[in-house]
Design a protein around this ligand. Sequence first.
Ligand code: FAD
Length: 334
Amino acid sequence: MRYLILGSGPAGIAAARAARQMEQDAEVVVTTEESAPPYLRPHLPDVVSGEKEAGAVADPQGNALAAERIEVRQGKRARRVDAARNRVTFSDGTEETYNFLLVATGGKPIVPLALMGCPGSFLLLNSLGDALRIRARAMRSDASLVYGPGYLGIEAARALRTLGQQVTWVNPGLPRFGNPISGEIEAKITEKLRKNGVRIKEGTDIADALDLDGGTYNVLTTGGETIRCQMIVVATERLPAVGFLEGSGVKVGTGALVDEYLRTGVSNIYAAGDCAEVFDINRRESRINFGWRSAMKQGQLAGENMAGGNKLYIRNTEDYFGLLYGQPLPERFK
Ligand SMILES: Cc1cc2nc3c(=O)[nH]c(=O)nc-3n(C[C@H](O)[C@H](O)[C@H](O)COP(=O)(O)OP(=O)(O)OC[C@H]3O[C@@H](n4cnc5c(N)ncnc54)[C@H](O)[C@@H]3O)c2cc1C
């Protein structure tokens, strides 16, 4: 059997290892657009702040993949899935075949439309490359604006403030997709950020960004304010990265739609992690269970099920929020 896995995040790597455990003589191949070995995305803010070096955020799940005979092919971005021929085409023009395919491509941050007119003004916070880019730009600037609701906005603001930046956090409101942090915790953390010198603009949005001199920007808010900065960090929620499934026959809602076994409507294609919209048998509805632990759990289950495991995915609310990776959120802000 040949298992092809798209994405080297926690879902993809857990799936590869589970498929290997289930089937010792299978061919297990992970293809990813990344150039870095698997890393812990939750630690990216620490890379921005300099509390962790890039080399210190490797995902322990990614250790010893070669010893488990799991091949990881980097620099390969999936462009098209031909489900009739069991083939995936990549942006470099190469193709891979499969008996079973797992889509574990996670998500990409939502970029506010208002920033589209000023593309040089903002940097995303999603990948290791992004974190290094933000850190490098912060070294050349004094004032940053962080845009994004909830946990990611908080973490980006904290990291840049730790670096000594003057930080304004524009928090447009509650996240639409993930679990909001409980009101009490968010209020406490927001207060800590404020005490640490972060200027917080809540309930307002970015109306436009104007380039003043190629390195300084005026950000106009819907509340009528103008905020001057040298960098805008977009730390927004991530939407499933599943555009390449168009025309494949795999149904997509917000994410790739899967049943309670994480199988799409195409019987040999599965999806897991932040890109998967999973049918919850208890609530009888489909939803995306964003988060690291949930991605690992779904990845493992999808890997087992592709190899004949036939196991049900049961959502557990602790899978994502109570147990954030690493230190619990409130402790990071003591
Ligand atoms: C800054 C930051 C901090 C976070 N902190 C936390 C936290 O503390 N706790 C928590 O639970 N969650 C946190 N998250 C969310 C968590 O990282 C995700 O929920 C988790 O990584 C999802 O895992 P995944 O495997 O589904 O997707 P991802 O980790 O996103 O992995 C998907 C992989 O697929 C690759 N890919 C995408 N498209 C393609 C393509 N077309 N072809 C090939 N490869 C592709 C991507 O490059 C990526 O490597 C954080 C996220 C960010 C960005």
